[in-house]
Design a protein around this ligand. Structure first.
Ligand code: FAD
Length: 294
C-alpha cells in the first residue's frame, strides 16, 4: 500500500509551486480516472496528488461568440455535454465527451486529463485537433501555448516540461457553414479502446469545401493531424468522390501496429473507412442536418 500526500491548491501559481517542490514525484489529479488506476494497478511512483479542481482557471467553461470556447483542463465531461452553447457550437467534441467510458466515468473524467494522458486512442484528442484547439500551459518559467496537434509526442508522452500544468484549452469559434463529426470503431459495443477513430471538420462555400481538418486516432504512436488529407479536398465539391481522395491520404498516412484489436492491414483499411464516415457526418452538420435524426 502506497501512502500519497494530497494538495488542493487554489491558484495556478500554487499548483506550479507544489509541482516544483516534489518535481517528478507530483502528479496533477483531474478526474483521476487514468491516474488512480495507474497508481493503484501499475504502481506508478507518486508522492503527491495535486488536485486541479479548486483552481478556477482549470474549472472554467466559457463561451464567447467571437473568441470561442475556453475549456478549463479539469472540467468533467458531463459539464461539457450538458452545456447547450457548447453542444450547439462544437458537436464534434460532444461526440467524444459523451462516449468516454460511461456515465460514472464522465462524471469525473476531463478533456485535459485525456489529453495529458496522451494515449494514441484518447477520444477527445482528434476533436480538439480538428477544432484547431490550443493548449494554455503554465509553469515555473511563465505561460505558453501549444497547438494540440503538437502536444503528444509518443504513447503516454507529451511536450509538457517539468512542473508545467495544462490550464485550459482554447477552441476558436466555429466558422459559418462548418460542421464536424468524431466517431470511433471499437471491437465490441461496450467500453473499449478504439481500433481506429476519426474526426473531420469542414467548412462549405456553397457546394465546395473551403476548409477541412481531419484527424485519426489509434493508428500511430500519437493521434494524427492529417493536414494533407484536408488540403487534398479544399476547393473541391463536397462529394463522395472528393472525400475518397482524403480517405486515401488517411489510409497511406496511418502507421498502426498489430495488436489484439486488429492487424496493421485492417487498421489501415479502417482508417479510410472511418475518415469517410467522419467527413459524411461533418458534411451533414455543415448543411444544418442532425446526425441523430432518423
Ligand atoms: C472504466 C474506464 C473507461 C474509460 N473509457 C475511456 C474511453 O472510452 N475513451 C478514452 O479516451 N478514455 C477512457 N478512459 C480513460 C480516462 O477516463 C480518460 O483518459 C479521461 O479523460 C482522463 O481524464 P481524468 O480527468 O480522469 O484524468 P486524470 O486521471 O486525473 O489524469 C490523467 C493524466 O493526466 C495528468 N493531468 C491531468 N490533468 C492535468 C493538467 N491539467 N496538467 C497536467 N497534467 C495533467 C495526470 O497527472 C495524469 O498523468 C477510461 C477509463 C476508465 C477507468
Amino acid at each position: 500500500m502506497q501512502s500519497i500526500k494530497y494538495a488542493a491548491p487554489t491558484s495556478v501559481e500554487d499548483a506550479v509551486a507544489v509541482l516544483a517542490e516534489y518535481n517528478d514525484k507530483a502528479r496533477v489529479l483531474a478526474g483521476g480516472t487514468d491516474l488512480i488506476v495507474q497508481v493503484r494497478e501499475w504502481g506508478r511512483d507518486v508522492d503527491v496528488f495535486v488536485d486541479a479542481k479548486d483552481i478556477p482557471e482549470l474549472m472554467t467553461l466559457e463561451m464567447d461568440s467571437s473568441k470561442g470556447l475556453t475549456l478549463g483542463a479539469a472540467v468533467p465531461c458531463h459539464q461539457i455535454y450538458n452545456n447547450d452553447a457548447v453542444n450547439k457550437a462544437y458537436p464534434g467534441l460532444i461526440d467524444a465527451v459523451s462516449m468516454i467510458g460511461g456515465t460514472a466515468i464522465q462524471g469525473r473524467a476531463s478533456v485535459g486529463g485525456n489529453l495529458c494522458n496522451s494515449g494514441p486512442a484518447g477520444d477527445s484528442i482528434p476533436p480538439l485537433i480538428i477544432y484547431s484547439a490550443v493548449c494554455n500551459v503554465a509553469g515555473p518559467n511563465g505561460t505558453r501555448q501549444i497547438k494540440v496537434e503538437d502536444f503528444c509526442t509518443g504513447p503516454g508522452r507529451n511536450c509538457l516540461e517539468d512542473n508545467e500544468i495544462l490550464v485550459s484549452l482554447s477552441l476558436p469559434a466555429p466558422a459559418k457553414s462548418s460542421g464536424a463529426h468524431y466517431l470511433r470503431f471499437i471491437p465490441r459495443n461496450e467500453m473499449d479502446i478504439a481500433v481506429v477513430d476519426a474526426g473531420a471538420n469542414i467548412t462549405l462555400d456553397g457546394d465546395s469545401v473551403s476548409e477541412a481538418r481531419i484527424a485519426l486516432g489509434a493508428v500511430a504512436p500519437t493521434p494524427l493531424y492529417l493536414e494533407d488529407a484536408g488540403d487534398a479536398i479544399i476547393g473541391k465539391p463536397a462529394t463522395e468522390d472528393t472525400f475518397k481522395e482524403a480517405a486515401s491520404v488517411c489510409r497511406e498516412a496511418a502507421t498502426p501496429i498489430t495488436d489484439m484489436r486488429g492487424t496493421v492491414e485492417y487498421r489501415k483499411h479502417m482508417s479510410g473507412i472511418m475518415a469517410m464516415r467522419a467527413l459524411r457526418g461533418a458534411l451533414t452538420r455543415a448543411r444544418g442536418g442532425d446526425l441523430n435524426a432518423h
